[in-house]
Design a protein around this ligand. Structure first.
Ligand code: EPU
Length: 345
């Protein structure tokens, strides 16, 4: 049970270091933990907090903090997981925005409701999953999305949004644009289609199928494979500060792609239905010699060049300096502008 609070504790000059997976230092002028929809309404009705600009913070796993935050930080701690409905063609589950994403994935599998296994071990909280339309190994949040509840931070009203309202794109949604800081996501409902079929198209999973000789893995096996793949190439934020992929994989025209292949035949690329192609940003960065390199206390992860890491005590400005140097060298060599994937503040 969520304990109802009559007043909202405001933490002044709160350190955000423990609340961002990069481990970057910054303070929030005011921080409020919201544990229920009623708490969000208390914020909206509050004489000081109500009119102030707001920053919604989930697990802080997709965030680069380069400065102190003047806005009121709302740290989402809304919990709860439940089965909403079970029909012949789907299981619908709901989770509070403050639930840990990976634990939700594991819980659904324990209940016998597969469908999220390809997105195992993605860091962060449930409420952040729609914000950047998280995805991995061939499945994106939008493929399993039913609807979400939120509270309008201007009116205090409850809203329910479907996929159309959320405008999901590649690591993108309306919550990064028009709804940023305006709608606080409180609960997310996911639709797990029945009958379940494994999604094994991604190269790393194909390799597992080949190596194990198991072409019909169950969902628990796919979950184990995804966890093993991620652990082998992505740093654990508990041990090495990072925000996952630092850049989006760029999409280039067919002509541009042909030109790059002409110069670098080994470039990793995925043709898209409209003739354009998505290039592996990790490959481009690696090809420019960045893997394992550092600028100051910010570095490029040794096993995956797409991930920037905090080598210990880095500040946001160092991460940005490194990111810019990488962007310049990739642009210089390939003529491609890499776009950062996390939110930079
Ligand atoms: N590659 C290199 N060198 C590197 C890194 C990658 O040559 O240093 C090559 C790999 O060999 C591979 C290709 O680039 O052929 C793609 O690499 P990988 O399969 O690791 O995936 P990715 O494109 O780097 C994307 C997502 C990840 C997601 C994986 C798996 C983005 C920006 N990143 O990474 O998402 O886990 O696919 O689906 O789309 C995240 O968003 O934070 C994230 C980790």
């Amino acid at each position: 049970m969520v304990q109802e609070r009559t007043e909202l504790p405001i933490e002044r000059r709160a350190s955000l270091r423990a609340f961002n997976s990069f481990g970057l230092p910054a303070t929030a002028a005011a921080l409020v933990r919201v544990r229920s929809e009623a708490d969000v309404r208390r914020v909206v009705d509050h004489p000081e907090l109500g009119p102030a600009p707001k920053l919604i913070l989930g697990g802080g796993s997709n965030l680069v903090l380069t400065r102190d935050i003047a806005a009121t930080v709302l740290k989402v701690e809304i919990l709860g997981r439940r089965l909403v409905a079970q029909t012949d063609d789907a299981v619908i589950v709901e989770a509070g925005a403050g639930e840990n994403w990976h634990e939700l994935v594991a819980w659904t599998l324990q209940q016998g409701w597969p469908g999220l296994e390809n997105m195992a071990l993605i860091p962060g909280l449930v409420g952040a999953a729609p914000v950047q339309n998280i995805g991995a190994y061939g499945v994106e949040l939008k493929d399993r999305f039913e609807s979400l509840d939120g509270v309008d931070l201007v009116t205090g009203r409850n809203v329910t949004l479907d996929a159309r309202h959320c405008a999901f794109g590649y690591r993108d949604s309306a919550f990064k644009h028009g709804l940023a800081g305006k709608t606080l996501i409180t609960r997310v409902r996911l639709r797990l289609p029945r009958p379940w079929t494994p999604v094994l198209g991604y190269l790393d999973l194909q390799r597992r199928v080949h190596d194990t000789g198991n072409a019909t893995p169950d969902a628990g096996t796919v979950f184990d494979w995804v966890c093993a793949i991620r652990r082998s190439k992505l740093p654990d934020p508990q041990q090495i500060g990072n925000a996952g992929s630092f850049f989006k994989n760029p999409v280039v025209s067919a002509e541009q792609c042909r030109d790059i292949i002409g110069r670098d035949p080994s470039v990793v690329h995925y043709p898209l239905p409209d003739g354009s192609a998505k290039l592996a940003a990790g490959w481009l960065i690696d090809a420019c010699g960045w893997k394992g390199k550092s600028i100051g206390r910010a570095g490029v992860y040794e096993r995956q060049a797409l991930v920037l890491v905090n080598r210990g005590g880095a500040i946001g400005a160092e991460v940005l300096t490194l990111a810019r140097a990488i962007q310049e060298s990739v642009y210089g060599r390939f003529g491609i502008r890499l776009e950062p994937e996390p939110v930079i503040l």
